[in-house]
Design a binder for this molecule. Structure first.
Ligand SMILES: Nc1nc2c(c(=O)[nH]1)N[C@H]1C(S)=C(S)[C@@H](COP(=O)(O)O)O[C@H]1N2
Ligand SMILES: [Mo]
Length: 389
């Protein structure tokens, strides 16, 4: 038996741990909790903006319990949805930065010390999965590319709640680390380390700024020329306005150009109006945006007949709701519900003209619905019928 004096004071090197699994392999301060917390705070804020604006957009399109949304401020939906997509785009560099900061933890050894470790790792897996799903599905949706079988809005909405749960759990588990990392009395560190962290954070800030500037012009008109990465330029399209779904995609070319077209208005005293008859009614103009859920928006000067005048014509009761039905036979956006505030709003038009010319076929000729504070998907083109409910 060896004399205890001969035993080494330090344990022998653990040869089972190689490469990144070795203690002290990742030395950069970029990988420390303070960086993780600072990037995480920005990421959390961007995700919060996405959540609030996203839930808002969901409920505008699916009003809970028949709740009627206000039709003012006119630009509200344009702002919230512009923010939703801009914050979602900012999430991309922030999420990548966060993963870069914390990836060394994948090599922590032993992989699981406690049940809490296992739970934490699982929750982080859900967190990364849900966040990646939201970003990728949202981004592909703005490109109108659907390489999947599920219905985008429903999946994007459901996973948002999963993501919220994972974020809250993560915050709860990590709170002591976050508080210490962001706290005033955090441990002093060498100047060099603080500098290299700052360089990293400036890089991340620059990346967020760059992707924002390169896309936000799709909804902020003065920045349109900088929007080199945006899928849409708000002024590019017939009559200076983009088109989301074309008449060909909607299979309405023939029906929309049919000279026998009439707008049917169902109500207590039903009416059926030709284009000439609609033009003979009092015409009104309104400058209103198309605010697409995909993040672009553009204002146009529309004119036509006030929806409320048509409702009056067919003897609809005050506060009536209306279903606007398009000539389109299929498609998710072939019809929309016009709730009472929108139906009564003097700015809500059955538009016949855009920028002083008859509507272009792609913008909904012969007639389309246009209303204030309303998502683009509800601004039904190629109207066939209005139904008082
Ligand atoms: N009938 C019908 N109307 C529709 C759609 C559609 O698919 N079918 N798309 C909507 C969407 S998603 C948007 S953003 C706006 C775009 O209007 P614009 O093509 O005139 O710019 O039209 C809306 N109206
Ligand atoms: Mo849209």
């Amino acid at each position: 038996m060896r004399n205890p004096i001969d035993l080494p004071l330090t344990p022998p090197p653990d040869t089972s741990r190689v490469g990144p699994f070795r203690e002290g392999f990742f030395r950069s301060p970029v990988h420390r909790p303070r960086t993780a917390a600072v990037v995480g705070r920005a990421l959390g804020l961007a995700l919060l903006v996405c959540l609030v604006t996203g839930v808002f957009s969901h409920f505008v399109q699916h009003p809970p319990g028949g709740q009627a949304w206000p039709s003012r401020p006119v630009q509200l939906y344009r702002v919230t949805q512009g923010l939703h997509v801009a914050a979602g785009i900012a999430v991309i560099p922030l999420l990548l930065a966060k993963l870069w900061v914390v990836y060394p933890r994948l090599f922590g050894w032993p992989p699981f010390r406690t049940v809490r470790d296992v739970a934490e790792r699982l929750s982080v897996l859900v967190l990364i999965g849900a966040a990646s799903f939201e970003v990728v599905s949202g981004l592909l949706n703005t490109l109108q590319w659907y390489p999947w079988a599920f219905f985008f809005p429903a999946a994007h909405y459901e996973v948002a709640w999963l993501l919220l749960g994972a974020v809250l759990l993560h915050l709860a588990v990590k709170w002591p680390v976050i508080a210490a990392a962001l706290g005033r009395h955090r441990a002093a560190e060498p100047r060099e380390d603080a500098l290299s962290r700052r360089r990293f954070l400036w890089g991340v800030t620059g990346a967020v700024g760059a992707v924002t500037v390169a896309t936000v012009g799709q909804t902020v008109a003065p920045l349109e020329r900088l929007a080199v990465l945006a899928p849409r330029r708000p002024s590019v399209g017939p009559q200076g306005l983009p088109v989301n779904r074309t008449s060909r995609q909607a299979h309405v070319e023939r029906a929309a150009l049919d000279p026998g077209w009439r707008l049917e208005v169902r109500g207590p005293r039903p009416a059926s109006l030709t284009l000439e008859e609609l033009r003979a009614l009092p015409q009104h103009a309104a400058t209103l945006p198309i605010a697409c859920v995909e993040g672009w928006s553009a204002s146009g000067r529309w004119s036509g007949v006030r929806l409320r005048d048509l409702l009056e014509l067919v003897g609809a009761p005050a506060g009536a709701e209306v279903r606007a039905v398009s000539l389109e036979r299929e498609g998710n956006y072939r019809e929309s519900l016009v709730q009472r505030h929108h139906a009564a709003d003097p700015l809500t038009l059955v538009a016949l003209d855009l920028e002083g010319e008859p509507l272009h076929l792609e913008h909904g000729f012969p007639a389309r619905l246009i209303a204030p504070n309303r998502p683009g998907v509800l601004q039904t083109k190629w109207l066939a019928r209005l139904e008082v409910l």
